[in-house]
Structures are given as C-alpha cells and as structure tokens.
Design a protein around this ligand. Structure first.
Ligand code: C5P
Ligand code: ZN
Length: 475
C-alpha cells in the first residue's frame, strides 16, 4: 500500500482507516468550520482540506489561530458549527475541544495531550514521529484523500500532495536526513504519479527560481557562506572563476544554468564551504533533495517547495493568512502579488533578526542556551530566527528564544538537533512542563517546540527547563 515504503504499510493503513471514518462523517455535513495554524504547514493544511471540501460540495469557513487556546475554542464554538475540522493543531487540546461541546475531526502531527476526540488523525497514534515522518499538511492530505473516496471521486485530491510537500518542507521535516522520510515519501510518490511533483538533488539556496545566480549567493543566509554571503562583488568573481556566464538575454538564474554548470558551481561551493569551516549539517543545508511543483510556472516562488513555504510564512506570520490561503487555493493574481510584497518584508525582518542575535550574542546555561529579543523581533518569526541562528551556534545545547508577545505575554521558541533527540531530548515535553509550572502553555515536537509564559517568570522558566533538559539528556 505504501509505494516504496513497504515498512510503513501498517502505520499507513491504521491512519487511513481513521481518515476514512472521519471523511465519511465530513461527507455528510452541509457546512463545517476549518481551524488551522498560522504557519506554512498550517496554511497548506487548511488549503488541502478547504480544496477537498470545495470539491466535495461541503461549505466551509476557514479560520487561523496562532495557538489553540480556550479563547480560540470559544470563538469556534460561538459559530455553532455542526462539525469543526482542526488541522495542524488540536492534538494538544483534546479535552478542551470535547469539553466545550464541539463535534470535531483533528488532523494534526503535534504531540497529543489528553484524549477524547473520536476522529483523531495523528502520526504519533500510529507510532510515527510527527517531527519528521508526517506533517500537519500530510495528515490533512490523508484526510482529503479519504474524502475523495467517500464522495465517490477516488484519486481526485491526489494533486493536493504538492501542498502537503510544501507544508512538510515548511516544517523542516527534510532537515534531519537532507530528504523527506517516512509517510512524507509515500506522499511524494503519489505526487510524482499524479504529475504534480518531481524531486532530485540540487542546491538548496533560496531564490533558485527567481534570482540571478550571483544575487542568490549574495543573499544566502541559511547556510551563511563565509566570503560570499552579503558580498555581491565576491559572488560575481566566484562565478566568473568557475567560468560561468552571468548574463544571457537577462541575468541568468539557477534554473537557467545547464546541468554541467550547476554541478560545477555546486562543487565549488562545497569546496569553498569546507575551506571556510562549514560543518556537515551546514553543508547539508547547501545541497540536498529539493521538491518541484510541476503545475506551477517556472521562475516563480511557487515552483519550489521551499520558496513556496517561505512565501506562505510571509503571509501567515504577519496576520495575512487569508492571502496565503488564497494562493494555496490557486489565486495567481492579486493574492500572489500581495504575498510577494509580504515576502520581501519578511526576508528583511529575518536578516535584521539574525543581525540582532549576532550582535547581542547567545547566553549559555548548563544544558541550554538562549537569547531574549524583547520587542525587537516579532514573536511570530522568532522561532525561524532561532532556527537560523542555531545553524552557526554551539549545537551541543538546544537554543531558546524569547520575544514579547502582543498580549503582554512572553513567547518562547525552542530548537534542538536530531543528535540531541537521539540522546533523549524532548523539547515538547520539557517546554510544556516548564511552561505549565509558571502558568504558561506550550507544546510542539521533540526537536522544535514553543510556549507563551508570563514575562516575569522568564528566569524561573529558564532554570526549570535547564534542569529538565539536563535530566532528559543524562538519562
Ligand atoms: O512558534 P514556534 O515556531 O517556536 O513553534 C515550534 C513548534 O511548537 C510548532 O510546531 C508549534 O506548533 C509548537 N507550539 C505549541 N504550543 C505553543 C507554541 C508552539 O505546540 N504554545
Ligand atoms: Zn505543523
């Protein structure tokens, strides 16, 4: 059943069975509410389910939340829906969802807490890792696929696999191994078969589709390539040294290069990276598997899964989820134009955030390290900045980042490495326990998690989490 992944057959059929029951319930509704998370994975999740509902003739209202807390649940309950579909969130709030009296389907990949939701699709429930093997959008894709079956149009939603891959890449599920793994690979196979996706080894830098090659190199920040990043002249000379013609009819982009030219540049970049002391994880961020959306026009952000996910983050994280959702649902006019404007601001904010962390430094504790951005980095992107800063920081301790949240609370984002996870690190558990002790709420994944806490509790929270992480890694 799981093409190319026979070992995942059992897990897949378990999740498919739950999805079929949920889909059968959904197919009998006239109108539902969809509630999703404000990041690239959440947007693609909502896009997948919304498209599937539209195709199945079920009316829907789609809402987005930064986190699913009680006020969010009340807002949903006030709409009085016959059924609420939660995507990329909900698994951590089961008792509350049931408690507030909502009839619900949850398609999520965060670590489940509590119990009680009958129609609950989550990779953890099948023994899979929700941080690497299936994303929120992948879980939503399982549901969308089942819904096509339930309304007698089997296969109709297979094209939505492309959005599922964008969501998985947006949640960095390919980072652990430099390629997507687990059920994500099964989704990839479906996408290839449906003619929606292709994949292969390539440079992973941002801007392959859209920027002149020397600009792509100049703006590379993840990984930062010493001697090239931020230096236009150096990038131009580097390419010339490799015998690369910079201009044809227009400035040549990465996608305009021949395979031979691409190979020449890529190996020169790796040599340059090695000489400059880039670590293996950093080099893996330079070259690896990339995913192409075949239905999208060449030379646009949407053609590349990673650029697409960044474009979506640029809408959702700034309160414009509707714009991102419209793009996911196929608007290639005004919504895309607006998203592109937001993207250029987003990239500037990331650059400023990285600069700030570099200038102010990261404070080491015994088992963790942290920086506090105050109100100088937006709470909605502080997690991204933490992840990017972590690339060039000491990777033996997980990183925590603080930023002031809108409602006077303090946002915390935490990021670890797969190696630390193998040594016992579970950030979701650590952060939810520490947050709860100081009157906050948190959750997420073993390798990436977040919370909001009262600001005055910061130091107590740091001490708690330093101890918890110390215990996790020791035992
Ligand atoms: O916000 P940030 O990017 O740091 O979130 C990292 C992960 O932790 C995400 O998957 C997010 O959904 C999860 N999270 C959570 N509860 C919170 C904050 C974040 O489950 N209060
Ligand atoms: Zn997610």
């Amino acid at each position: 059943m799981a093409a190319g992944n026979p070992e995942l057959g059992l897990e897949l059929s378990a999740l498919a069975r739950i999805s079929e029951r949920a889909a059968s319930l959904i197919s009998r509704q006239k109108e539902v509410v969809v509630a999703s998370h404000v990041d690239a994975d959440g947007l693609t999740s909502a896009g997948i389910i919304s498209a599937a509902l539209d195709r199945a003739g079920v009316e829907r209202k789609t809402l987005f939340f930064r986190q699913l807390d009680l006020p969010a649940l009340e807002e949903i309950a006030d709409l009085g829906p016959d059924l609420a579909i939660f995507t990329d969130l909900g698994s951590g709030m089961q008792s509350e969802i049931v408690g507030i009296g909502l009839s619900a389907v949850v398609a999520d990949h965060h670590r489940p807490q509590g119990s009680g939701v009958e129609h609950h699709i989550n990779p953890h429930l099948a023994g899979l890792d929700g941080a690497t093997q299936l994303s929120g959008s992948g879980t939503s894709f399982l549901l969308a696929r089942a819904l096509a079956g339930a309304v007698g149009c089997r296969g109709e939603n297979d094209d939505l696999s492309a959005l599922a891959i964008v969501g998985a890449v947006g949640d960095l599920q390919d980072m652990a191994k430099g390629r997507l793994v687990g059920l994500n690979r099964w989704i990839l196979d479906i996408g290839v078969e449906a003619g929606a996706l292709s994949f292969g080894r390539d440079l992973k830098l941002f801007g392959k589709q859209t920027r002149p090659v020397f600009k792509m190199l100049e703006f590379s920040s993840d990984p930062y390539i010493p001697g090239l990043s931020g230096d236009e002249d150096a990038c131009i000379s580097f390419l010339k040294e490799q015998g690369i013609r910079l201009k044809g009819e227009r400035w040549r982009r990465w996608i305009d290069m021949s395979p031979e030219e691409k190979a020449r540049i890529a190996s020169a970049l790796v040599r340059r990276g090695l000489r400059a002391g880039l670590s293996n994880p950093q080099l893996e961020r330079l070259v690896g598997e990339v995913y192409v959306l075949l239905a999208e026009q060449e030379g646009t952000e949407l053609r590349d899964a990673s650029e697409y996910s960044t474009l979506l983050n640029a809408t959702a994280r700034y309160g414009h989820s509707g714009v991102g959702l419209a793009v996911c649902l196929g608007d290639r006019g005004r919504a895309l134009e607006e998203a592109r404007l937001l993207l250029s601001e987003h990239r500037q904010n990331l650059v400023n955030g990285l600069k700030l962390v570099k200038e102010e430094g990261i404070v080491p504790l015994d088992h963790i390290q942290y920086f506090d951005a105050g109100d100088r980095i937006l709470e909605t992107i502080v997690g991204i900045v933490a992840g990017m800063s972590f690339q060039t920081a000491d990777r033996r301790k997980p990183i925590l980042a603080f930023a002031a949240a809108e409602d006077g609370r303090l946002k915390v984002s935490a990021r670890g490495t797969q190696e630390l996870v193998r040594s016992g690190l579970n950030l979701a558990e650590a952060i939810s326990r520490a947050a709860e002790s100081v009157g906050g709420v948190g959750g997420g994944h073993n390798v990436a998690a977040g919370a909001t806490i009262p600001p005055e509790a910061r130091d107590e929270f740091l001490e708690l989490i330093d101890d918890i992480v110390g215990d996790q890694i020791r035992t």
